[in-house]
Design a protein around this ligand. Sequence first.
Ligand code: PLP
Length: 355
Amino acid sequence: MLLLNPGPVTLTERVRRSLLQTDLCHRESEFFDVQEEARTRLVGVYGLDPAQWQAVLMTGSGTAAVESMIASLVPANGKLLIVENGVYGERITQIATQYGIAHEVAKHDWMQAPDIAGIVARLDADRAITHVAIIHHETTTGRLNDLRALGAACRERGVQMLVDGVSSFGSEAIDFDDTSIAAVAATANKCLHGVPGAAFVVVRRAALQQAASRTYYLDLARLAKLQDQRNTPFTPSVHAYYALVEALRELADEGGWTARHARYAALSGQVRSGLAARGIDSVLPADESSVVLRAFRLPAGVDYPTLHDGLKARGFVIYAGQGGLSSQLFRISTMGDIHAPDIERLLAAFDGIVR
Ligand SMILES: *Cc1c(COP(=O)(O)O)cnc(C)c1O
């Protein structure tokens, strides 16, 4: 079965085998070597300066990392503006609400790109806003939100950006030189090709210094402090860390994030043109979409369950649209151990279902 959903991904044999390493006590130096290698390699994915940036690991899915980032990095007297144009932006609003974090929402239609001028007006109208949260790749629609324009506006106003990079870290450009970016939250089992259970926040050391402590388990500053001391507060998902380290080694061996970007671009282009030839249109133009995942309109006369079940019977798991989009579109991710011949077989499988 090939997984074409946006994580967890189809594993390479190399990463799968890494799960079978020796049992480790998480309070022994062997585990801390694994933890250290993961942290060092994560900072290295985008070639960041370890004097300025650190990777803080945690056990949980991508949402744990996003929650940790939001709950920890908006200071007690801070205020957050959340850019919403899909499910994951809405999730950040739910997190801010639940923690009682002062926040405003820049709400957009799910099909809309963030309205930068509108967001800038909000920042200017409310100088209490200290942080903006945005989804880099909004997996709801496959849209790649433009961080550059927003970053420029934030820099001018001394506002910091908190980025959900869960489905872009490791495969899309992220300009960490943009001094407005305080942190990027992500996970092992999307573009990095690890297994679920390990997540992380790549955070500026300076931002951690003003961190709030609203959460117990996901307290980013405490996690960072203990990890810096080759320690850990709780039992980590040791095997997921094994797999993350191996996946990061594999990423480096394959040429790093730019090579992964190129690979995804070729595969998603192949899906896009193959489906277009079959009369199935992508929802967004290529230049507004990530290379990681694309959303397509359901072909006339074929509902999602029919398409999903037909493809599954032929060995492929695709992904439904979320919320109100479930009756209109389907999504195909090209993360994981997926190659051009797999996409050819996928397109052939469509021919058996969509006529
Ligand atoms: C997958 C994803 C998440 C987190 O999902 P989990 O199921 O918790 O791993 C968060 N944000 C985005 C943009 C995602 O694609």
